[in-house]
Design a protein around this ligand. Structure first.
Ligand SMILES: *[C@@H]1O[C@H](CO)[C@@H](O)[C@H](O)[C@H]1NC(C)=O
Ligand SMILES: *[C@@H]1O[C@H](CO)[C@@H](O)[C@H](O)[C@H]1NC(C)=O
Ligand SMILES: *[C@@H]1O[C@H](CO)[C@@H](O)[C@H](O)[C@H]1NC(C)=O
Length: 413
């Protein structure tokens, strides 16, 4: 009896408080109607959010929240120099699986502009310890990379040349490499492709590309093939009139909407067929961004190997471990030139970050995966090589002068 009374008393108190707060004349009946309306509304929101997809009440909120915050979170992690952001489970740590070039193995190097890929490409043709290494000739840009069976084992700029287009991206390579190899070898055979690439800090890469374009590079002969055809003119209009964009300022470079430098790494690693290629009118920009980023991550994860420019030695060791091939000479940290020092304002800084959000999220993902992979590798091999690489953990103050490699890339075919 006391208990019931106490409860009634408490309910009454609660009720009086509501009345006081809303300053309305409320009766018990009105309160109940109010609660029913709230319940109905919640149910409606629930159904609306779920759409036709099956989803449990628990799944709704986290799904929506993580979609919104995935890019933003990585972005913030990058800006804070936080590490690691993504934790990977054991299934994605590459095991060493020796390649046999005399049989079916072929390495395909996806070379993204201004990532230091030129140096890496040279290591592949000149620095590998193989039974049939590439034969390079003086005054010739390309080397012959044949096995003892006269098959090609390396698909790259310095071996096959740009046969799938200048700086061909994942989408182009995926639809072109097999046919191109058949043509080059003049035969159809079974091949096992090992895609590899090198990524670089997105801000430095962007600045480096700007400098390169400023000096006259255009890459305008890139075909941008997807779903069987090149991007049409109005899908990716050139940012400049005339032959090139030399002397472009950073602000001009940033303000061109169709500048392919923006989020280049993400775009070049994604399967663009998944987003209707270069046609942006079939989905919202947010949808497209998320799909491109997810696809780039997936393709990166499925590559047998990727390196990071900032970690030359680890890149070398991980390559050696992954394919069980060795380099003759150790990789040196790439020399950077300091001659092109530019003062970048705070506003420009945040604009570069803002306009490369996808690359920043991708790089955070790649960096976490790479560092966790090399850690695992060291545990397995017991290799205690001395780290001479940049300290990349500190990314806050990256707007320094060191955006250009001394060893510059010339990008004609
Ligand atoms: C490990 O990660 C992969 C790729 O992200 C995922 O598909 C798989 O389900 C994960 N496995 C476990 C046991 O968490
Ligand atoms: C190129 O020139 C035309 C005509 O002067 C102009 O309308 C257009 O905006 C220019 N395009 C660029 C990218 O500067
Ligand atoms: C882009 O896609 C939309 C819708 O899918 C289509 O209507 C339009 O014709 C396409 N644009 C081009 C240039 O192909």
């Amino acid at each position: 009896m006391h208990y019931v009374l106490y409860n009634r008393y408490r309910n009454c108190l609660y009720f009086h408080t509501i009345r006081r707060v809303f300053k309305i004349k409320m009766t018990w009946r009105k309160a109940i109607i109010f609660l029913i309306i709230v319940a109905l509304f919640s149910g409606f929101v629930f159904l609306y959010t779920c759409g036709n997809d099956s989803c449990s009440p628990n799944a709704i909120l986290p799904a929506v929240v993580s979609d919104i915050s995935q890019i933003t979170d990585s972005f913030n992690a990058y800006k804070d120099g936080r590490l690691p952001y993504n934790n990977f489970n054991d299934t994605v740590f590459v095991e060493s699986h020796p390649v046999n070039f005399d049989k079916e193995d072929v390495i395909v190097f996806l070379h993204i502009q201004k990532t230091g890929g030129t140096s890496f490409g040279r290591h592949l043709v000149k620095n590998l310890e193989l039974e049939s290494p590439c034969k390079c000739h003086r005054r010739k840009k390309r080397c012959d990379c044949y096995t003892s069976k006269k098959t090609i084992w390396l698909f790259s700029r310095y071996s096959t040349g740009w046969v799938c287009g200048l700086h061909a991206d994942w989408t182009e390579l995926n639809s072109c490499v097999e046919e191109a190899m058949n043509k080059k070898e003049k035969k159809i055979r079974k091949r096992r492709y090992h895609y590899i690439t090198v990524l670089r800090d997105p801000v430095k890469r962007f600045l480096s590309e700007w400098k390169h374009v400023q000096r006259g590079a255009t890459w305008k002969t890139a075909k941008l093939v997807c779903n069987g055809h090149s991007a049409v003119g109005n899908e990716v209009p050139l940012c400049f009139n005339g032959t090139d964009w030399s002397d472009v300022t950073l602000d001009e470079f940033l303000s061109c909407k169709h500048n392919l430098a923006k989020n280049r790494q993400t775009r070049m690693l994604a399967d663009l067929a998944k987003v209707n290629c270069y046609n942006t009118s079939s989905m919202t920009p947010e949808d497209r961004d998320q799909k491109i980023l997810d696809s780039a991550k997936e393709n990166l994860l499925n590559m047998d190997f990727f390196g990071l420019t900032e970690f030359q030695l680890r890149t070398q060791k991980l390559f050696e471990y992954t394919f069980d091939i060795h380099f003759k000479k150790e990789f040196e940290q790439l020399p950077v030139t300091h001659s092109d020092r530019t003062d970048i304002s705070k506003r420009q800084k945040s604009e570069i970050l803002e306009q490369n959000k996808l690359d920043i999220a991708l790089y955070q993902y790649a960096k976490d995966l790479f560092l966790q992979r090399t850690k695992k590798m060291r545990e397995k091999t017991g290799d205690t090589f001395v780290e001479r690489d940049y300290d990349l953990l500190e990314t806050k103050d990256q707007f320094d002068d060191s955006v250009d490699f001394a060893d510059d890339e010339d990008d004609d075919s």
